[in-house]
Design a protein around this ligand. Structure first.
Ligand code: PTJ
Length: 264
């Protein structure tokens, strides 16, 4: 692998560091080839958010944390990109919200399962579900590899957090009566549209935010969590995220000049 030194004064240094993380994780067998393509798609949508966490994303993160904290059996589903970008944060979030961690891959292979499990264990996870024969249950009406789930985890969960997902599973989980929380920079994706709560934000920013919000809510009474979960309207919130993207484009269409942070 060719590794490059990213100059710290490069205007896109932060974004390039994230890319390098994914490229390294790709050569370590953690990220799927398509994971690199998925990241590029995410970056394009992030431009439209000015690479900032928006108010609707923050509101969705609050509802998500509240739902995780009040769930009976929550599970955080981890794929290659999530492991590469936020392994430590997912483990920490799991500890705060008492959520189990389960590996669930679209491009499933024994090698990837083990590489991701090792990364999660190194990040502090005590138990990693969904590996090998433990993913013995099946999500009904789903034919992709994502159908393989752990009876101790996603199969029996009431709430599932799915960062960076590819669509069909979210619908299937909702059909099974589970609450699905998605993290997806594309508000138009099937996952974003079908989830109960969608955080339209970059996982890299959103993971620490979820931790902060969950820590704050944990200290408060349960009633506040219940209200946050009950009052959240995903359709309305998605519309706000789409409006922010539209406004970014409208402003750009007037002047043609992008925010300096986004210049290459
Ligand atoms: O590790 P595997 O085998 O489970 O495969 C994972 C990928 C991501 C390859 C698989 O789930 C896939 O093909 O996903 P899609 O269909 O490309 O969808 C990924 C979604 O995540 C897209 O809507 C992207 O815009 C979005 N996305 C990409 N990077 C980020 C992101 N959302 C939040 N934060 C990101 N960093």
């Amino acid at each position: 692998m060719i590794s490059v030194r990213i100059p710290s004064d490069h205007p896109r240094a932060e974004s390039l560091h994230v890319r390098e993380k994914l490229v390294q994780a790709y050569s370590d067998g953690i990220v799927a080839t398509s994971g690199l393509i998925a990241h590029g798609r995410g970056e394009a949508f992030d431009y439209l958010l000015n690479e900032r966490t928006s108010r609707p994303a923050r509101n969705a993160a609050e509802a998500a944390a509240a739902i995780l904290l009040t769930a009976k059996s929550p599970v955080i589903s981890v794929n290659g990109n999530t492991a590469a970008l936020a392994a430590k944060d997912m483990v920490r979030l799991g500890a705060i919200t008492d959520s189990k961690i389960e590996i669930n891959l679209f491009y499933r292979s024994r090698e990837r399962e083990l590489a991701i499990r090792n990364l999660l264990l190194k990040a502090g996870a005590h138990e990693v579900l969904g590996v090998g024969a433990n993913a013995s249950a099946r999500i009904p009406e789903l034919s992709s590899e994502r159908r393989r789930v752990d009876p101790k985890g996603i199969l029996s969960a009431d709430v599932v957090l799915v960062p960076l997902e590819d669509g069909d599973r979210t619908e299937a989980l909702v059909r099974m009566g589970k609450k699905v929380i998605a993290i997806d920079l594309n508000p138009l994706s099937r996952t974003a549209q079908k989830a109960n709560v969608t955080i339209v934000d970059n996982l890299v920013r959103c993971a620490p935010l979820l931790i902060e919000v969950a820590e704050g809510l944990k200290k408060k009474v349960c009633l506040e969590c219940e209200k946050l979960a009950r009052d959240f309207d995903n359709g309305r919130n998605l519309a706000e995220s789409i409006r922010i993207m539209k406004n970014t484009l409208s402003t750009l269409a007037k002047t043609g000049l992008a925010n300096r942070r986004l210049e290459q």
